[in-house]
Write a protein that binds this ligand. Structure first.
Ligand code: NAD
Length: 493
């Protein structure tokens, strides 16, 4: 099904627009979700012509599709002809008047029926100004068409700043019109968590405190800060990865089953799940959350964070976070969720491990104290995608001995290549008005509240950085966190 719409992209000359938005929109056009009745206005400060803009859009498509095997045809040019450039300074009211005029003209020319999507591919400090002027200068549709606002992270630095940001846009857009992108929610393996849990009696019946011992979420990167030092110095791992992506994954893993799989029911269950994460005191936060910053590797071939270009040589920014969260959602009440993310770790991998409880009685052991090996379900998110189920089976030897085997399913490279990019799926969802894979304000705010306590606790002490070597799996304290509970990280490369 295709959908008529006018996209107005603020920050049309930026990196996000070039690398993600133009290729994603093109793919939607190629697949027929956008037909000839759509138009895009790109705005930014540079004085580009429409012709130049068309060249940029076509080059973005070419850069993104270099490996796609697409034989060059006329489609990118035809697609780019729907793009219009309007030079614009977000503070200048006159520019909104010009923008409205162009938007109204294009609405008529392409018969867009007043459907408008405003994509803010710009720094969040501009969101309030833009949203305010869109309303004041009557760029919002008044008829039967829709107004939707798509915004990108970061949604604030803590709960108060996130609330301020949200308040600044909520005067112009209602919550149901706001689409907050957390691109992890656009990833196929993250979307399949609900399917795995609620589409299989096998897992659904075991997904409770009686059977799950603990849940582990690891987002480990082998790269360092690379060219993002400027941004990273103001953010750190907690703001960059934990408050948003990891907390979204936590909500999907711990939520109760929605009665119906639609965006409203799912949202309610995710909000409830986040509200049921135990709120720590500062003392608890200090005990259950560990931060780290990478130093050089043992052979001194990789620089420590403080020596990277663009970082402060006394920086206290964390490049690693590990923590324990405790859910009090009824089914999983008391089950710990261990989370971990960091840069310059041993291996790049995003994975979730569901560790099941051991059967207390091992009837196969000669020695009664000998425990059965734990059953573990691993969801591989990236770079591998698929599942591993670890369970015990009889070995082929004499006698009756059990040892673990791994049942593996991995998507092939061809299967992975067929999955649409996260942005393509998310923009299609926004176009169709489907909010399933976007973050609701109550999710964002609750995640900040949980993390703000940790940040406040950390701010009371100067960290002893660097505290882990590049190429390791982070500070020793992150191992100890689980050891203190008699557990260990499943992913331990
Ligand atoms: P960028 O710096 O490349 O682009 C910013 C855009 O804003 C440019 O088009 C610039 O001309 C425009 N702009 C800046 N000041 C302006 C003003 N006063 N008036 C009009 N236009 C102005 O940034 P980006 O990497 O494209 O990121 C945009 C937003 O998306 C940021 O908030 C970023 O955090 C977020 N984001 C980006 C990525 C990514 O992959 N690039 C990923 C996730 C989130």
């Amino acid at each position: 099904m295709n959908q008529k719409a006018l996209f107005i992209i603020f920050g049309g000359t930026g990196d996000l627009a070039y690398r993600k938005l133009y290729p994603a929109l093109f793919n939607l056009y190629e697949k027929g979700y956008l037909k000839e009745d759509f138009a895009v206005i790109g705005t930014a400060r540079r004085p580009w012509s429409n012709d130049h803009y068309h060249e940029v859009v076509m080059s973005a498509i070419e850069d993104a599709g270099r490996d796609s095997g697409r034989t060059n045809d006329d489609l990118p040019r035809k697609f780019a002809s729907h793009f219009y450039y309007q030079s614009h300074n977000v503070d200048d009211v006159d520019h909104y008047v010009a923008l409205r005029k162009l938007a109204d003209e294009l609405d008529e020319k392409y018969d867009l029926q007043g459907n408008r999507i405003f994509y803010l591919a710009m720094a969040p400090r501009f969101f309030g100004t833009i949203a305010g002027h869109l309303k004041d200068q009557a760029l919002l549709t008044k008829g039967n068409g829709f107004n939707r606002l798509i915004i990108e992270k970061p949604f604030g630095r803590d709960y108060p700043s996130a609330k301020e940001l949200n308040d600044s846009i909520s005067g112009s857009f209602k919550e149901e019109q706001i689409f907050r992108i957390d691109h992890y929610l656009g990833k196929e393996p993250i979307q399949s968590i609900a399917g795995l849990r609620f589409g299989n009696a096998l897992f659904n019946s075991l997904w409770n405190k009686e059977h799950i011992d603990n849940i582990q979420i690891t987002l480990s990167e082998s790269l360092g800060v690379e060219e993002r030092a400027g941004y990273y110095e103001t953010a750190g791992a907690m703001r960059d990865m934990v408050q948003n992506h990891i907390m979204q994954i936590v909500s999907l893993l711990t939520m109760e089953r929605p009665d119906v799989f639609d965006s409203e029911h799912l949202r309610d269950k995710k909000i409830e799940a986040l509200e049921n994460i135990q709120m720590y005191t500062k003392e608890e936060a200090k005990k259950y959350f560990i931060r780290g910053q990478y130093g050089a590797d043992e052979a001194n071939t990789q620089l420590g964070y403080r020596d990277e270009e663009g970082t402060d040589n006394q920086s206290t920014v964390e490049t690693f976070v590990a923590g324990k969260l405790i859910t009090h959602n009824p089914s999983l009440d008391g089950v710990p969720v261990y989370i971990r993310t960091g840069k310059r770790l041993t291996k790049k991998s995003t994975q979730i491990n569901i560790v099941f409880k051991n059967d207390d009685q091992n009837i196969f052991a000669k020695d009664a104290s000998e425990k059965l090996k734990t059953n573990v379900l691993t969801m591989h998110i990236e770079p591998d995608q698929g599942f591993t189920l670890e369970f015990n089976t009889k070995t082929g030897n004499q006698g009756y001995n059990l040892s673990p085997v791994h049942l593996r399913y991995r998507k092939t490279a061809t299967e992975k290549a067929q999955i649409p990019d996260a942005y393509e799926g998310l923009i299609r969802d926004a176009l169709m008005g489907n909010k399933t894979n976007f973050a609701h304000w109550h999710e964002v705010s609750q995640a900040w509240k949980i993390m703000d306590v940790v940040r406040e606790a950390w701010d009371e002490e100067e960290p002893a950085f660097p505290n882990y070597a590049s190429g390791s799996m982070g500070p020793e304290a992150a191992m100890q966190l689980l050891a203190d509970d008699g557990r260990k990280w499943v992913f331990n490369p």
